[in-house]
Design a binder for this molecule. Structure first.
Ligand code: WT7
Length: 661
C-alpha cells in the first residue's frame, strides 16, 4: 500500500462490503459500555474527557480539561497532579492486595503469580534502587528488557520516581539500542543477562556490550538476572540488580506527584525519513485515556484475566498490558516465549490454564494460527468473551477464522486502529453498542473526530466510500506531546500538511495519521494502510529509509531501495534492490553482508526477504527513486506510470530479472 495514491478510485472497487455480526447477548448483558449516550457525553469537547480522568486517583484536581492556546502543543488536565505507579499499584491494595496483578508464564514453563502486594513491594524496592544509583526525576531511563516481570516492574519504578522510561524492544539490535540511548540523552540503561527463545537461552547482555562500544558517553548499566545465577558474562562496570536490591529490601518510595503534563515515557518509532522519532507521552492524559479505553473498548473488569499477547516493548504492550489494565486493577497475563514453542498449541494451553476471559492479538498472529489449523485451539478448553485485533488491517477471511475457531462464535471482536503516536485506540467499536463488520475497524471512539481528506486537504465526502488520507480533527488526551527534543519535526511530520500552521486556533490544526482510509455509508472506517514509506512487518513498523541506510553502509553498495512485498502471514516483508559499485561482482557474500547489516543496524525481525542485484533503479528525471514501481515488481502487479522516469525501460528490465531468478 505504501506510496499508493490515496485518492485512487480503484481501491474502492477492491473492497467488498461485509455482513454484520451482532455482539453476543451474553457479552452485551455484562459489558462496561452499553448506553450509546456515552458518545455524546464524552464527545462534549473537551469536558467530556473529564469522565476518563475521573477513573484515576489524582493528588491534585485539574483546573482546566484542555488548553489549546499553543497548537499543536496541546495540554490536558492542566494543573492536575498524579502518579502513574500509584494509580497502577498502590491504589488497589485496599481492595485487592492478594489478587494477581501480573500472571507471568516463562517459556521454560516457569510461572510467577505477582499479586498487587508483590508488585507494590518489587516496584518500591526497584524505585529505591534506581534512586540509589543516581536516577532523578526527569532523567530518561532506557529499558532494554524482554517479556519478563522485570520489564513492567522497571517501568512502574521509573514512573514512581518521575523518571520517563524509554523501552527499546528486546529484538532491536545493539546499534538500534545505542541510537535510542543517544537520542534520548539517557544516562541509564536497564537490561538483563538473557532470556528464553524457542528453548534456547539467548545472551541478551551482549547487545548492551556492543551498544556501549558505539556510545561516546557510557551510561550506567543495571542488569537483572533471568535466573538466580547469572548465565552470561556480565561486565564488571555494570551493576547487578540482585546485588543492588539486596541493599533495598523493604524500602518504600513515596510516589512523586507529577504534573499531568509531565512526560511518562518515550517510545521510539519509525517514520518516513531519518532516524526513529521519540514519541513523548504525558502522564495524566495518557493514563486517563488508556484506562478508559481498556474499560470501554477492551471491556476489562478487575475480576477478569486479560491477556494481550503482544510485547511490552511496543506501544500495544505499554498501553494495553501495563498501564491501562493495571490502572483498572485487573489480572494481566505476560508470556515470555513464542507461540509455537514447544508446540503450536502453546497459546491455547496458557489460555486454558489461566482461564483467560479477554484475548488480544494481531492479524499476523491470526494468519499464523489459521495456517497451523483449527486442531490446535480445538484441543484446549478455553472460553473468551472478548477478543481484540490490532496493528494492521485484518482480512475478512482471517477475521472470520478468528471469530469461529478462537471465539467459538460467541466472543465479541474489536478491531482497534491506533498508533504509537496516538497512545490509545482512536477508531474501533464499543463492542456492546455497535455490530461487528469483518475488515472494518469500525466507528470513531467517543470524543474522537476522524475525517478523510484528499492530498490537498480538501474533505472527501463523508460516508462516501472514497479513499483518502486519514486525519484527526480534534485533540485527544493520549496524543503524543511532541517528538522528543524536536518540536519542528513534530510539526512537520504530523501537522504541517493538513493544518493551517500559522493559526493559533486549535480548530485549524489536523493530525495527519499517515494512513489511507475509507468510510462506508454506515460510518465505519476501513483502514487501508500506510501512505508513506513505512511498512508493517508482522505488526512491526519499519521505515524504508532506515532499512535503506543500513544497506547503504555495506561496502560495495552504490545504491539501494527497499520495497514492501505482500506476505501471507507477515503482512509485508522488505525486498531490497541493490546497485553494486562499478566493477564489483554479484556474490552470495555481498548478499549475506547486506542481510546482516540490516540485522545489525535494526534487528533480526527486519531481515529482508530477498536481495535483488540490479544495474539501475527506477528514477525520475530529478533523480528520485520510484519505490512504487519496485513495489509493483515485488508484488507481481501491473507496472504503474513510468512516463516520468529518466529511463522508462528500467522497471521492465528489473522485472524480467526478478522473474528469471
Ligand atoms: C500503524 C501504527 C496500534 C498499535 C500497534 C501498531 C497500522 C494499527 C490497525 C488496524 C489497520 C492498523 C496503521 C497505523 N494499524 N492498527 N486496526 N487496522 N491498520 O502501532 O507501530 O505505531 O503502527 O499500524 O498503519 O498507522 P504502530
Amino acid at each position: 500500500m505504501s506510496g499508493e495514491d490515496a485518492t485512487d478510485g480503484n481501491l474502492e472497487a477492491r473492497l467488498r462490503e461485509q455482513a454484520y455480526f451482532r455482539p453476543p447477548s451474553k457479552f452485551v448483558g455484562q459489558a462496561n459500555a452499553t448506553d450509546p449516550a456515552i458518545y455524546d457525553e464524552v464527545g462534549d469537547f473537551p469536558e467530556g474527557f473529564d469522565r476518563y480522568a475521573e477513573l484515576l486517583d489524582w493528588d491534585e484536581q485539574w483546573d482546566e480539561t484542555f488548553d489549546g492556546s499553543n497548537p499543536p502543543f496541546f495540554e490536558w488536565f492542566v494543573g492536575g497532579q498524579l502518579n502513574a505507579s500509584y494509580n497502577c499499584v498502590d491504589r488497589h491494595l485496599d481492595e485487592r492486595k492478594n489478587q494477581t496483578a501480573l500472571l507471568w508464564e516463562g517459556e521454560d514453563g516457569e510461572q510467577r503469580n505477582i499479586t498487587y502486594q508483590d508488585l507494590y513491594r518489587e516496584v518500591n524496592e526497584f524505585a529505591s534502587a534506581l534512586r540509589s544509583v543516581g536516577v532523578e526525576e526527569d532523567d530518561v531511563v532506557t529499558v532494554h528488557l524482554p517479556m519478563v516481570p522485570a520489564l513492567p516492574i522497571t517501568m512502574l519504578a521509573c514512573a514512581r520516581i518521575g523518571a520517563p522510561h524509554s523501552v527499546v524492544f528486546a529484538g532491536f539490535s545493539a546499534s538500534a539500542l545505542a541510537e535510542r540511548v543517544d537520542s534520548a540523552d539517557s544516562d541509564y540503561v536497564v537490561t538483563i543477562d538473557g532470556y528464553y527463545r524457542r528453548g534456547e537461552f539467548l545472551d541478551h547482555i551482549e547487545k548492551t556490550d556492543e551498544a556501549m562500544a558505539e556510545l561516546d558517553d557510557e551510561p550506567e548499566v543495571l542488569v537483572w538476572n533471568r535466573h538466580d545465577e547469572p548465565r552470561a558474562d556480565v561486565a564488571d562496570s555494570y551493576t547487578s540488580v540482585d546485588d543492588l536490591l539486596a541493599d533495598h529490601r523493604r524500602d518504600r518510595v513515596e510516589p512523586v506527584s507529577r504534573d499531568a503534563e509531565d512526560p511518562l515515557f518515550l517510545m521510539y518509532t519509525s517514520g518516513t525519513t531519518g532516524k526513529p522519532k521519540g514519541c513523548q507521552h504525558r502522564t495524566g492524559g495518557y493514563l486517563a485515556y488508556t484506562a478508559a479505553t481498556s474499560k470501554y473498548v477492551l471491556d476489562i473488569e478487575p475480576e477478569d484475566t486479560y491477556w494481550c499477547a503482544a510485547d511490552i516493548g511496543w506501544i500495544t504492550g505499554h498501553s494495553y498490558i501495563v498501564y491501562g489494565p493495571l490502572a483498572l486493577g485487573t489480572t494481566s497475563v505476560m508470556y515470555e516465549g513464542t507461540p509455537d514453542h514447544p508446540h503450536k498449541g502453546r497459546i491455547w494451553e496458557i489460555a486454558e490454564k489461566y482461564d483467560v476471559d479477554i484475548f488480544h492479538t494481531s492479524p499476523t498472529a491470526v494468519r499464523m494460527f489459521m495456517k497451523w489449523g483449527p486442531e490446535y485451539p480445538d484441543e484446549y478448553d478455553f472460553d473468551f468473551r472478548h477478543m481484540t485485533t490490532v496493528g494492521e488491517p485484518i482480512q475478512p477471511e482471517a477475521w472470520l477464522w478468528y471469530y469461529k475457531h478462537i471465539g467459538d462464535e460467541d466472543a465479541v471482536i474489536v478491531d482497534t486502529w491506533w498508533q504509537t503516536e496516538t497512545g490509545g485506540h482512536l477508531i474501533t467499536n464499543l463492542p456492546a453498542i455497535e455490530d461487528m463488520k469483518p475488515g472494518s475497524a469500525g466507528k470513531a471512539c467517543p470524543g474522537i473526530e476522524p475525517a478523510i481528506v484528499d492530498d490537498e486537504g480538501d474533505p472527501v465526502e463523508s460516508k462516501s466510500g472514497q479513499a483518502g488520507n486519514l486525519i484527526i480533527q480534534r485533540p485527544w488526551p493520549s496524543m503524543l506531546q511532541t517528538v522528543y527534543g524536536n518540536d519542528e519535526r513534530f510539526i512537520d511530520t504530523y501537522w504541517r500538511q493538513f493544518s493551517d500552521v500559522d493559526s493559533d486556533d486549535w480548530r485549524d490544526w489536523n493530525y495527519k495519521a499517515g494512513d489511507g482510509a475509507v468510510q462506508s455509508s454506515d460510518g465505519y472506517y476501513r483502514i487501508l494502510g500506510r501512505l508513506d514509506d513505512v511498512m508493517n512487518v508482522a505488526g512491526h513498523r519499519l521505515g524504508t529509509m532506515e532499512l535503506e541506510s543500513a544497506v547503504a553502509e555495506v561496502e560495495d553498495v552504490a545504491e539501494a531501495a527497499v520495497a514492501a512485498r505482500q506476505h501471507d502471514e507477515k503482512g509485508e516483508v522488505p525486498d531490497v534492490y541493490v546497485v553494486l559499485r562499478d566493477g564489483v561482482e554479484v556474490s552470495d557474500d555481498a548478499r549475506e553482508r547486506i542481510v546482516s547489516a540490516v540485522e545489525e543496524e535494526i534487528g533480526k525481525f527486519a531481515r529482508p526477504s530477498s536481495v535483488v542485484f540490479v544495474t539501475d533503479l527506477p528514477k525520475t528525471r530529478s533523480g528520485k527513486i520510484m519505490r512504487r514501481l519496485l513495489e509493483d515488481i515485488s508484488n507481481d502487479e501491473t507496472l504503474g506510470d513510468t512516463t516520468t522516469l529518466r529511463d522508462p525501460s528500467v522497471p521492465e528490465q528489473i522485472r524480467e530479472q526478478v522473474q528469471s531468478d
